[in-house]
Ligand binder design. Structure first.
Ligand code: NAD
Ligand code: LMR
Length: 325
C-alpha cells in the first residue's frame, strides 16, 4: 500500500476549499494509496484551516492517511511528493493578473527557498497562484535543487474553457474534442489554438467554423474568461480552478492520450525563449512531459504566440531584481 504526501498552500482559501475534497474523492493514485495532506496557510488563517480540517475528517475519506495544518512552511513542504502552490492574492475586478506580480512574488520566493532545503528533487511542483507562469519562474530560480522539468504552471483551466466553449459552438460533447491546446501565458494574451483540433466522431479537423467566430468570439472569450467570472461572482474562479488543478495533477501522475497544455520551461522548435514558463502543446506519457515540436504554425497563429512570449518576457523584466535574490 503506497502513500503520497500532497502539500497545498493557501489551504484556507477559496480554491483549496474545492480542491482538497476533489483530490480525496478522486482517483489520481492507484487504489489503496493513502494520502497525507499538508495544509499550509498564514497564521491568521489557522482558525479557518482548523474548520477545513474538521470538515475533511467528517467526510471519512477511506484513502486519507493524515492531515497536517500549519503556518510553518518547512513542516508543510518536508517529504512532499506533490506541492500545489495555490496560496497567493487573487485579482479583483478591473485588475490584470500581472498586477499581482510584485505582491505575490515574495510568497513564491520564500516558498521556493524552503522547498530547496527540504524537498526531494523528484517532487512535482504545480504553480497556481497568479501570475502563474512568472511565479513558476521565481520558483525555478530559487528552488535550484528541483529540476525545471518537475515544475509546471496551471494552464488546464484555459484548455478546459476552450474545450467547453468550442463544444457548445459545435453542439457536441467535450469528450469528442481532442488536440485543442493553449499556447503562452495564463493571461489575456494566451492563444487557444483550434488549428490542430479534431472532432473525434471521425477524428476530422474542425472545418465548419468561420474565421470571424474564431477571432472575434472564441479567442477573446477564452482569453478573458477569468475576468468574466470575476465580473459575475465578484471573486475569481475557484471550483473550476480546483477542477483544473485536479486534472493537471491526474495527468502528471497518469499521463494523457490527448494533447495537453501546461506552463513549462523547455527548449522548443518554435523559437520561444526557454527561460520563461510558456504553455505549449504537450504529450505527457508516464509522467514525462514533452513538447510536441514541429507543428505547422501559421503566420497569424505565430503572431499571437509571439505576443504572449513578449508579455512573459516583460513580466520577467519587472521581477529581474527579485530573481537576483
Ligand atoms: P484566496 O484569497 O481565497 O486564498 C488564498 C489563500 O492563500 C488565503 O487563505 C491566504 O491566507 C493564503 N496565503 C497568502 N499568503 C500565503 C503564504 N505566504 N503562505 C501560505 N498561504 C498564503 O484565493 P484563491 O481564490 O484560492 O486563489 C489563489 C490564487 O490562485 C490567486 O493568486 C488566484 O489569482 C490564483 N488562480 C490561478 C488560476 C490559474 O489558472 N492559474 C485560477 C484561479 C485562481
Ligand atoms: C482565472 O483564470 O480564473 C484565474 O486566473 C483568476 C483570474 O484572476 O482570472
Amino acid at each position: 500500500m503506497g502513500k503520497k504526501i500532497i502539500t497545498i498552500t493557501g489551504a484556507a482559501g477559496n480554491i483549496a476549499y474545492s480542491l482538497i475534497f476533489r483530490i480525496l474523492s478522486g482517483n489520481i493514485f492507484p487504489e489503496n494509496t493513502k494520502i497525507q495532506l499538508n495544509l499550509l496557510d498564514i497564521t491568521d488563517a489557522l482558525p479557518v484551516l482548523k474548520g477545513v480540517k474538521y470538515e475533511i475528517e467528517d467526510c471519512a475519506f477511506p484513502n486519507l492517511d493524515n492531515i497536517i495544518i500549519t503556518d510553518n512552511s518547512e513542516l508543510a513542504f518536508t517529504g512532499s511528493d506533490y506541492i500545489l502552490l495555490v496560496g497567493a492574492k487573487p485579482r479583483s475586478k478591473g485588475m490584470q493578473r500581472a498586477d499581482l506580480l510584485l505582491d505575490n512574488a515574495n510568497i513564491f520566493q520564500k516558498h521556493a527557498a524552503i522547498i530547496n532545503q527540504c524537498v526531494s528533487s523528484d517532487a512535482k511542483i504545480i504553480v497556481v497562484g497568479n501570475p502563474a507562469n512568472t511565479n513558476a519562474l521565481i520558483v525555478q530560480n530559487f528552488a535550484t535543487n528541483i529540476p525545471s522539468k518537475n515544475i509546471t504552471s496551471l494552464m488546464k483551466l484555459d484548455q478546459n474553457r476552450a474545450k467547453s466553449i468550442l463544444s457548445n459552438k459545435l453542439n457536441t460533447s467535450v469528450s469528442e474534442i481532442s488536440q485543442l491546446v493553449v499556447w503562452g501565458n495564463h493571461s489575456a494574451t494566451q492563444f487557444p489554438d483550434l488549428n490542430h483540433s479534431l472532432v473525434s466522431n471521425n477524428n476530422e479537423p474542425i472545418k465548419s467554423l468561420d474565421q470571424k467566430w474564431i477571432e472575434d468570439t472564441f479567442i477573446p472569450r477564452v482569453q478573458k474568461r477569468g475576468a468574466e467570472i470575476i465580473e459575475h461572482r465578484g471573486k475569481s474562479s475557484a471550483a473550476s480552478a480546483a477542477s483544473a488543478i485536479y486534472d493537471h495533477l491526474y495527468i502528471l501522475v497518469n499521463g494523457s492520450k490527448d494533447w495537453e497544455s501546461m506552463g513549462v520551461m523547455m527548449k522548443n522548435t518554435y523559437g520561444i525563449s526557454d527561460e520563461i514558463f510558456f504553455s505549449f502543446p504537450l504529450q505527457i506519457l508516464d509522467s514525462n512531459i514533452g513538447i510536441i515540436n514541429g507543428l505547422d504554425v501559421s503566420e497569424i497563429s505565430m503572431k499571437y504566440i509571439k505576443d504572449s512570449e513578449k508579455e512573459l518576457l516583460m513580466e520577467r523584466d519587472i521581477i529581474k531584481d527579485i530573481l537576483k535574490g
